[in-house]
Design a protein around this ligand. Structure first.
Ligand code: B12
Length: 439
């Protein structure tokens, strides 16, 4: 029996409810290339990345598989409704719907909760037999995945790097994090030779860069060292994200840098120890941030950062101090998000009990809008502050200060231009009131 599934990666809506479109999408997710590679005999797949492509509503596919993270869920539900009208079977999956499966089920025929490795073939067989179940859930105990179907993305308008994954989950317990709430400290690693197989394949496809999409590459330092030692001879460049502890493991930091890592993103969240404590992240000490960031840039790795606006202790003054901190730090691409109480996270439970959530409609949540009244600021004030911080940090003098006129960057002109471009794209998104996160 031949069946076809059309996977759709939805875009997000802007503040006027218009789907955000781009001429190029730099960060490509791994879910669909991987899901396509795991389909059973007799199944074929197509992929539509809505941010850069039109949705083919008249597709001949039998099944529509919709993913999406965070606030793309709002768009996902509308796409699902349109395909349901056209009589298609619609299946949803990904981290967002995994946290709110009952809500997602209202808009589709079946929801895949969590990892799909153990369930995707069963879902397909059930469709063939007309026995589709409302939910599929079978957590993984080990992680081994086939070569992703990168052919589904490489001819699209994407950047010059492809995604690779070595591990899933994270040993930390940050209250706001979806990964913590889905994996509960479980950390699954793929066999190193399998990861190397994927990277070699990416190289064969003509790409010299990859994005290691792991949640925290220092979750198992010994594993990461071994992986990096095997990446090094492949002479690739790569980016990733991890906990700041990497700076206190000089050997690991050196090996990571020598293997071609040139950008790391850190979740710094806040410069207030009390705020960090309130989200279970007291193992980060803001007094150490400047030293840590310098250690990492001294190793030859540039830093992007993720910080949260709307923490319990935030005030206008503390947020102004945050701007000063970023301005004088070695961060070349600072990013901010309003704290969001996604149902299913520990943060949600806590804030719900405190009765400080101003809007219960999770589908309206987005990183640029606060829905939490904190002791010192209303949700509306936090939202205002969010844009103020971005506008200040992405003024032309600030952008030039951390790129073209930054002494540290002089020795790497190519990278400087790359980050100048990234900063200018973020700036243009900020001016259009789109929080810079779907680059
Ligand atoms: C790369 C990445 C990005 C890239 C974009 C990648 C892309 N275009 O898809 C960038 C940097 C742009 C990005 C942006 C954002 N991201 Co992001 N991102 C990731 C990251 C690190 C990897 C994604 C990935 O490829 N994973 C690997 C695949 C294999 O795993 P997976 O997606 O879970 O898929 C598996 C299953 O879930 C399932 N599955 C997934 N989709 C589907 C669909 C169907 C039909 C089925 C059956 C199954 C299925 O099958 C897969 C195999 O098991 C994840 C963290 C993570 N570990 O996933 C965060 C993550 C997905 N991002 C997250 C967030 C919050 C965001 C932002 C909202 C940040 C922000 N606050 O602004 C934005 C949203 C942008 C948007 N909506 O357009 C959260 C999602 C939280 C949530 N509740 O949805 C995550 C989980 C990070 C976290 N720690 O919380 N992100």
């Amino acid at each position: 029996m031949n069946k076809k599934i059309l996977f759709i990666q939805p875009t997000i809506y802007d503040d006027d409810g218009i789907p955000v479109k781009k001429s190029k999408l730099y960060f490509v997710g791994l879910a669909f290339p991987l899901l396509a590679a795991m389909l059973p005999e007799g199944w074929s797949a197509d992929l539509c990345i809505e941010t850069i492509e039109k949705i083919p509503y008249d597709t001949d596919a039998d099944v529509i598989g919709i993913g999406g993270m965070g606030h793309a869920a709002n768009r996902a539900k509308d796409i699902a409704a349109e395909f349901k009208k056209r009589g298609k079977i619609v299946v949803m999956g990904g981290p967002m719907v995994s946290l709110v499966p009952d809500l997602a089920k209202k808009y589709c025929d079946s929801v895949m909760i969590g990892d799909a490795e153990n369930t995707i073939a069963k879902l397909c067989r059930d469709i063939e037999n007309g026995e589709l179940k409302p939910f599929y859930k079978e957590p993984l105990e080990t992680l081994s995945t086939p070569l992703p179907r990168y052919d589904l993305v490489i001819n699209k308008r994407i950047g010059d790097f492809l995604p690779v994954q070595a591990g899933r989950g994270c040993p930390n317990s940050c209250k706001f994090c979806s990964i913590y709430c889905l994996y509960r400290n479980k950390y699954l690693k793929r066999p190193i030779d399998e990861v190397i197989r994927d990277i070699k394949y990416i190289k064969e496809l003509g790409f010299n860069k990859f994005l290691l999409i792991d949640d925290n590459i220092v979750a198992d330092a010994e594993y990461m060292k071994e992986l990096c030692l095997q990446i090094k001879p492949l002479r690739m460049k790569w980016m990733s994200q991890c906990a700041i502890q990497i700076a206190d493991n000089p050997e690991l930091l050196r090996i990571v840098a020598e293997s071609g890592c040139y950008v790391l993103s850190f979740g710094l969240e806040s410069i207030s120890p009390a705020a960090l404590k309130s989200v279970n992240k007291e193992w980060c000490n803001p007094d150490d941030y400047s030293r840590i960031l310098k250690t990492v840039t001294d190793a030859g790795i540039e830093i992007a950062s993720e910080m949260i606006v709307g923490m319990e202790t935030d005030t206008r003054e503390s947020l102004a101090l945050t701007v000063d901190f970023v301005r004088h730090s070695n961060i070349v691409a600072p990013k901010f998000y309003c704290l969001t109480p996604i149902p299913g996270t520990d943060l949600y439970k806590e804030l719900k009990e405190k009765n400080v959530i101003t809007d219960d409609d999770v589908l309206k949540y987005r990183p640029s809008i606060s829905v939490i009244n904190t002791p010192n600021m209303t949700a509306a004030q936090t939202t205002e502050m969010f844009w103020e911080i971005y506008n200040r940090l992405y003024s032309i003098p600030m952008i030039l200060g951390r790129t073209l006129f930054n002494k540290r960057m002089f020795r790497r002109p190519g990278l400087t231009l790359f980050f100048l471009m990234v900063n200018m794209v973020y700036r243009s998104q900020i001016r259009r009131k789109i929080s810079p996160n779907i680059l």
